[in-house]
Each structure stands twice: as structure tokens, then as C-alpha cells.
Design a protein around this ligand. Sequence first.
Ligand SMILES: Nc1ncnc2c1ncn2[C@@H]1O[C@H](COP(=O)(O)OP(=O)(O)OP(=O)(O)O)[C@@H](O)[C@H]1O
Ligand SMILES: Cc1ncc(CO)c(N)n1
Length: 275
Amino acid sequence: MTDRIPQVLTIAGTDSGGGAGVMADLKTFQMRHVFGTAVVVAVTAQNTVGVQNFVSLSETMVHDQFKALADDFTIKACKTGMLADAEHVRFVVHNLKKYHFGPLIVDPVMIAKGGAQLLADDAISVVKQALLPLATLITPNIPEAERLSGQTIKNRSDMQQAAQKLKQLGAKNVLIKGGHLASQAAADYVLLADGRSLWLETPRFETKNTHGTGDTISACIVAELAKGYDLLTALKTAKQFIYASIANPIEVGHGHGPLNLWAYTDGYQEENDEI
Ligand SMILES: Nc1ncnc2c1ncn2[C@@H]1O[C@H](COP(=O)(O)OP(=O)(O)OP(=O)(O)O)[C@@H](O)[C@H]1O
Ligand SMILES: Cc1ncc(CO)c(N)n1
């Protein structure tokens, strides 16, 4: 007898360099043993050095991709990544309200590592008003949390304050990623719907190869939720997965290299038995 494998969805932009965006998400889904599907919102010409160009897809193409998936798949959990501009955020929100794709992780991607703007400034208010209230979890990095909360973040106590503000904006659970904070630890702050909070912490590994870390951690959370794990377990697994992927580097490209998604090992056979 064959089990139906959990199906998941990423709604994001592509990275021709294979390390971030839709590509990172699909690779992470594969490594975490769920079946990945994608609604492509934008196509970037990108490598490990930076984003050279991007174009967003038409409204019809966005809607048709959602319909194609809704007609044929049972999506257990989904995430958003690069959404390009205010119009595309609205297209995505429209479809997320129309179809039921399970828990939604919003990774509010704004600026790529090389400095390219992946979300127009005027889209931020639409993200706050229309997308965040749909989010089971929001996963901003420090600059994104600063933009969304309207406060500067210099230390852990600022992260805690900003997380409260993001919750007030409507996100049920909040993960503020601390990768951009100067510190010896890579410490992420979690504020849960029921008010509990915790720090997810690993050593900081000295490397420039961190392209796609944000995409990968949110994709891993999606995969774990789709397999039936609770949010806290999913967050802890994702943090271990990202740490192993950073701490065992591979050399690809000449800029900020991608992660080593093969590095993390866990007892998949056991998990598989439970599905
Ligand atoms: N050098 C590092 N060593 C260990 N963990 C790291 C390092 N850099 C980032 N992380 C972890 O990786 C995850 C992603 O963090 P980060 O804040 O860099 O996201 P991001 O800016 O959205 O990533 P990207 O823009 O590359 O997709 C977090 O769990 C963070 O703590
Ligand atoms: C398409 C895309 N999405 C997200 C990021 C951020 O990692 C990126 N560099 N490119």
C-alpha cells in the first residue's frame, strides 16, 4: 500500500541560481520528505552574487497557477516568499482566501543579500493590512521586522517588543530571525499565539554562504507542519536543519553561496511510519 505523501505549496519568486526563493523551497521540501508545488509570482535572473533582473507574472498567470493546484492537490501547508509589489500581494491574498491550503507561513521577503529590492515600498502596507491577518506564522529577519513594526531592533529586548507589535498586526505566531544581529549566537525569537515565548539558539557559524537561509527555514517549518507536527516542534526541527545546512558548507558560485541541504540527518524512517 502506498501512503499519500503530504503536499505543500510555496508562493514566491524563482532564483535562477538555485539557492533561494522557489528553488530553495522545493529543495527543502524534497529533503524533508513532502511533495512540493509552487505558484511562481516573479522570475529573477540571479546568482550567488546578486539579482540582475526580475519580472513579475501576469494576474491571469498567478490566478491560473492557484487554480491548477486547487483543482488537483490537497495542500496541507503553504508559505509566501518574494511577492514583488502591492498588486501581486493582493492577487495572492485573493487566492489564499478563496482556497484552503492549510497553515500559512508568511516570509515577508523584502531585500536580497546583494541589496536588490524584492518587494516594492508601497506593498508593505498591503502586507500588513491584508496578508498578515491570514498568517499562522510570520518569519521576518531583523530589517523586515523593523519595517513591519516601525521600530529599530538593536538587541534581544527590541526583538521581543517588535514581535508583540507583529502579533498585534494579526499574525498568530511570530518568529523573528536573528541572523542579521551582531552576536555570537544565531538567536531567533518566537512568540506563540497563546502568549508563550522562547529563544531558538545555535552558535553562529562564520561563513558568507548563507544565501537562502530565510527561505529554507520557513520551507522546513511548512514541511514539518504538513507532516502533522505541532508548530513548536516544527520550529525546533527547522532551526536544527538550518544550523546543519550552514555549519557544513558546500562551495557553489562566487558570492553568498547556497546552503548544504544534505547536512541534516534525522530518523526519517520513523517519521515515515507515522504518516
Ligand atoms: N552565520 C550563521 N550561523 C548560524 N545560523 C545563522 C547564520 N546566519 C543566519 N542564521 C540563521 O538562519 C536563519 C535565517 O536567518 P536570517 O536572519 O539570515 O534570514 P534572512 O535574512 O531572511 O535570510 P535570506 O535573506 O538569506 O533568505 C535564522 O535561524 C538565523 O538565526
Ligand atoms: C526569489 C528570491 N526570493 C527570496 C530571496 C531572499 O533570500 C531571494 N534572494 N530571491
